[in-house]
Unconditional design. Structure first.
Lengths: 479, 496
């Protein structure tokens, strides 16, 4: 098989080809590893997708069903003996003694760990500009961001530097970069995938999710990730096996369009693309109807209290005592703490730690954290009510297409608005998928579908049907 | 540094009448290390002096990405404690994060329970319980350098073996009024926990630790005064001394018209000094919030039933049983039941197959009186050289009058010092009771003659004057004579 033919295969097709004997695992691995290594060697001229690339191919034959298909994994996941820095200087040189459950499940199913991907520091960001390893570039336009925080994973898959990648989504960190890079990104139901070994940002929201070329690949990866993990008390047994999607029609499927998330603040080109996708859905037999998520406009505010509150506590452990970066020559304990954290964390991480610390402080807890939790409950109720009337909620994934590097770095609030359409589902803990809906001004637009908890099979099926009708071509960026 | 502990507080306070002016209001917070197989939130085995940092894992080291999972056994033990204290068991309780930076905390937060604890309310004897909750223990800081204290040390190193050990924190209402009461009650609590089998409850090894909240108020008033917190006292003696020193310090301040400052204090048992650790202004804002890594602890019928089934006989029940079945005096029954090491020793002695068997009340008296008096302060009789069966045998011999009370005490001295078998000691030392009445009568007659004055007074009706004559007989017989028999013979010979 020629290198071009190999790169044209989806992860699922590659696994099938290996099973059929028409492709050697080593051949597949080398094809991608060379491309990933070349991106690293290219330095400024590359996309800067990777923080680590496997120095050599694995020696053992990988077991079925994933048959050795190479996997790129966000730096946020701990991988035993392999640098895992969460995109932060404060974990410089940190080599975990264990591997995250989500990663080990995939490698046990036969995937081969090929690379670690760049990300916003501790998954805090929507542009991948908050990384100790530098910004990642969007393969559709090198002057634009890939989205974040799983920007390295999204750009690597879009650029054909990895067949698929693992990311994490706290408020949109899988779906938004998938949208901006023109690939598929799935955030599973909270608890469906173990968080053990995933470096925590906001524990009640963090979920691992696949970034893939197509919906079937997302289903295949998810199949080998889900399940209860005794090491994660918040993980749950998925009630059914994840099936590969096969639907081609949407007959009888009711799609709800929340007015609150499809109006003001969404770029015109994005809304046009969204409308076109809805029209295609109707052609496939779907019913489109308006729904209300009355508390959704407050989701972003609630999220930016809750996530920083949790992060302020989760990131307290980075203190220079046991691992990672420690400021040189501290004069006492407080000096070591202060300088280690001052020098080790980037600006956005420090901003959120301070926001969260404030929100949890005596006298402010009820007004901030307490109220945000109540909003969260209301949002979850909104979705339950809506799902009584419709099968899925659909929105644009992000309010804009990929923006220019540096365009929003000076304005944190403008940056936070990227999560406007994705955060409500995160707060509700429900699954949501972003698929490429088309182009606006030559850049990809994401179409988001969300379903009730544990509706992944139905959600993937519907996304698959729509994906077929849209016929998005991402091959250009993989050349 | 504050003034040292005065030598004799109670006397000093009583002498000038100040003792009546103020009443101490004392509440205790007790941390109990639970004797589970593994730590509170990970699978590491608990550590008992292993080399540093050998009982650790990603979770208890707080490594990136690690997550806690609550120990079901620790929750079971927590429920048993709640049942023993008559607490209300919360159907749903929450683990919170208590955030503060210190190197003995791997995550810079402690997982503890805050406003929704596992158990609320209850009481143990006269002291009401406020709450019982579960949390994780901190690691151990070791300060390297000559002083061994943090100040002046060259470096501080951390041993995480203890980090994550399950703790139950028991908080009382401020129902305690004196240092002695605090000490006594704590002993009862320790016995209760020991009976439950939920902890080693060893203060010296730190498996039972106690803080005290102390305030004073004018006797007869209800309003609480400003309190101070006395931290981490690690023996019963230090707790009583520490509380007494703090009560006296506050009494002095208030008597002189001053105001007590709310602060946390450390009591140094060596110097008797109270050192301020932090004031109210320096108090932490712990920023408690529910730990999102852990689900609420949901207690169901089955868990409560399991805890109930695991409940042993508790001290109050044991006292009632000892009184009912063995007809012990209420005082003896309570003494044995509330100090479980004595109760366990007593029941082991009673179960020993010795002939003649010891009467229960007499055995109790010998144990709680003679034996305890001969052992060091707080020493567990189980750990002494006197086996329960040996004490049983000795008391049996005394009861059967084969050994006199005085000779029995000599045998006990020997048992405490060297161990051994009572009968063998009696034989070797020639301590058997005199059975020849004629021989004793001769010695009594000698004694009456030698103490003519005393004999005269006894004849005149002064029965107390018999003492010197009895003493004479006991000296002559090396204590082997039976006191009652001696007394009878004296009276017989004197015709009274």
């Amino acid at each position: 098989m020629s290198a071009t033919d190999v790169l044209a295969l989806s992860a699922r097709a590659a696994a099938d080809a290996i099973e059929a004997g028409s492709l050697a695992p080593r051949e597949l691995f080398d094809a991608y590893r060379e491309r990933a290594a070349a991106d690293v060697s290219a330095g400024e001229d590359g996309l800067n997708c990777f923080t680590w690339v496997a120095p050599e191919p694995p020696t053992d034959d990988a077991p079925a069903p994933l048959a050795g298909v190479p996997l790129a994994v966000k730096d946020l996941f701990c991988t035993a003996g392999i640098p895992s820095q969460a995109g932060s200087r404060i974990l410089a040189g940190y080599l975990p003694p264990y591997t995250a459950s989500a990663v080990s499940r995939l490698t046990e199913a036969g995937a081969t760990l090929m690379a670690k991907t760049n990300q916003d520091e501790f998954a805090m960001g929507s542009s991948n500009e908050n990384s100790a390893f530098g910004a990642v570039r969007n393969p559709w336009d090198r002057e634009r961001v890939p989205g974040g925080s799983s920007g390295g994973s999204a750009a690597a898959v879009a650029a054909g530097l990895a067949p698929w990648a693992l990311g994490t989504d706290t408020g949109g960190s899988v779906r938004q970069p998938a949208a901006l890079c023109g690939i598929v990104g799935l955030k599973p139901t909270y608890g469906a995938v173990s968080r053990y070994g995933m470096i925590a940002f906001a524990s009640s929201l963090d979920q691992a999710g696949p970034l893939t070329r197509d919906v079937a690949d997302a289903a295949l990866m998810l199949r080998h990730m889900v399940g209860r993990d005794p090491c994660d008390a918040t993980s749950l047994e998925f009630p059914e096996a994840i099936e590969l999607p096969s639907a081609e029609r949407l007959d009888g499927i009711r799609l709800g369009v929340p007015q609150e998330l499809t109006g003001e603040g969404i770029e015109a080109g994005v809304l046009d693309s969204f409308g076109a996708t809805l029209a295609l859905a109707q052609e496939l037999g779907a019913e489109i109807q308006p729904v209300h998520l009355p508390h959704a406009p407050h989701a972003l505010s609630a999220y930016y209290v809750l996530a920083p509150a949790e992060c302020s506590s989760n990131l307290a452990r980075y203190d220079g005592v046991r691992y990672g970066y420690r400021a040189p020559d501290p004069k006492d304990l407080l000096d070591m703490y202060t300088r280690t954290r001052h020098d080790g964390f980037g600006a956005e991480v420090k901003r959120r730690i301070m926001l969260g610390t404030y929100a949890l402080s005596a006298g402010y807890y009820d007004a901030y954290y307490g109220r945000a939790q109540r909003v969260r409950t209301k949002i979850a109720e909104d979705f339950r009510t809506a799902f009584a009337a419709v099968d899925f909620i659909v929105t644009p994934t992000a309010p804009t297409v990929a923006f220019r590097l540096g365009e929003k770095t000076a304005e944190p609030l403008a940056m936070y608005l990227n999560d406007y359409c994705t955060v409500p589902m995160s707060l509700a803990g429900i699954p949501a998928i972003s698929i490429p809906g088309g182009l606006s001004e030559g850049l990809p637009v994401g179409f988001q579908m969300a379903g009730p908890a544990f509706s992944e099979n139905r959600l993937l099926d519907a996304a698959h049907a729509l994906e077929g009708a849209i016929g998005f071509d991402g091959a250009a960026t993989r050349a | 540094m504050r003034d040292g502990e005065p030598q004799d507080l109670d006397a000093g306070a009583a002498a000038d009448g100040r003792a009546e002016a103020f009443e101490a209001v004392i509440g205790l917070e007790i941390h109990v290390q639970l004797a589970t197989a593994t730590k509170m939130f990970c699978g590491c085995e608990l550590s008992f002096g292993e080399p540093p940092n050998t009982r650790t894992c990603a979770v208890c080291l707080g490594l990136p990405g690690s997550l806690p999972v609550a120990n079901a056994r620790a929750i079971h033990f927590g429920l048993m404690i709640g049942l023993a204290l008559g607490s209300e068991l919360a159907p749903r309780s929450i683990f919170h994060r208590k955030n503060y930076f210190y190197p003995d905390q791997a995550k810079n937060y402690q997982i503890s329970q805050y406003d929704e604890p596992l158990c609320r309310g209850g009481s143990l004897e006269e002291i009401r319980i406020h709450r019982v909750h579960l949390e994780e223990d901190a690691a151990k800081l070791i300060h390297v350098g000559s002083s061994g204290r943090i100040h002046g040390s060259d470096a501080s190193i951390v041993d995480f073996n203890r980090g994550g050990t399950p703790l139950a924190e028991i908080v009382t209402e401020p129902d305690i009024r004196t240092p002695e009461q605090a000490g006594e009650w704590l002993k009862l609590l320790r016995s209760t926990l020991r009976r439950l089998g939920v902890s080693d409850v060893n203060m010296e090894e730190g498996s039972l630790r106690c803080d005290a909240n102390i305030s004073l108020r004018r006797a007869g008033t209800e309003e609480l005064g400003v309190k101070t917190e006395l931290k981490n006292m690690n023996s019963f003696r230090f707790i009583e001394r520490g509380i007494r020193a703090e009560v006296e310090r506050q009494r002095k301040i208030l008597s002189e018209g001053g105001e007590v400052t709310q602060e946390t204090l450390h009591f140094d048992p060596a110097s008797g000094a109270l050192t301020s650790l932090r004031s109210k202004e320096e108090a932490h804002d712990y920023r408690y919030f529910p730990d999102p890594d852990l689900l609420p602890v949901a207690i169901d019928r089955e868990m409560i039933d399991l805890a109930r089934e695991a409940m042993p006989e508790l001290p109050a029940e044991r006292a009632a049983r000892l009184q009912r079945e063995l007809e012990l005096s209420p005082e003896s029954a309570q003494r044995l039941a509330f100090a479980s090491e004595l109760g366990d020793y007593f029941e082991a002695a009673l179960d020993a197959a010795v002939d003649p068997p010891p009467p229960a009340q007499m055995l109790a008296n010998w144990l709680t009186g003679d034996l305890v008096a001969r052992l060091g302060d707080g020493e567990d009789p189980q750990a002494s050289r006197v086996r329960p069966a040996a004490l049983a045998e000795l008391v049996g011999l005394v009861a059967a009058r084969r050994v006199s009370v005085g000779a029995g005490r000599q045998v006990l001295d020997s048992l405490v010092a060297e161990g051994g078998e009572p009968q063998a000691i009696v034989d070797a030392e020639g301590l058997a009771a005199m059975d020849g009445a004629e021989e004793l009568a001769v010695i009594v007659a000698d004694a009456v003659r030698a103490n003519a004055d005393a004999a005269e007074r006894v004849r005149e009706g002064n029965s107390k004057a018999i003492g010197p004559i009895v003493g004479h007989v006991m000296r002559e017989t090396k204590g082997r004579a039976d006191g009652t028999e001696v007394s009878r013979l004296i009276h017989e010979q004197l015709g009274v």
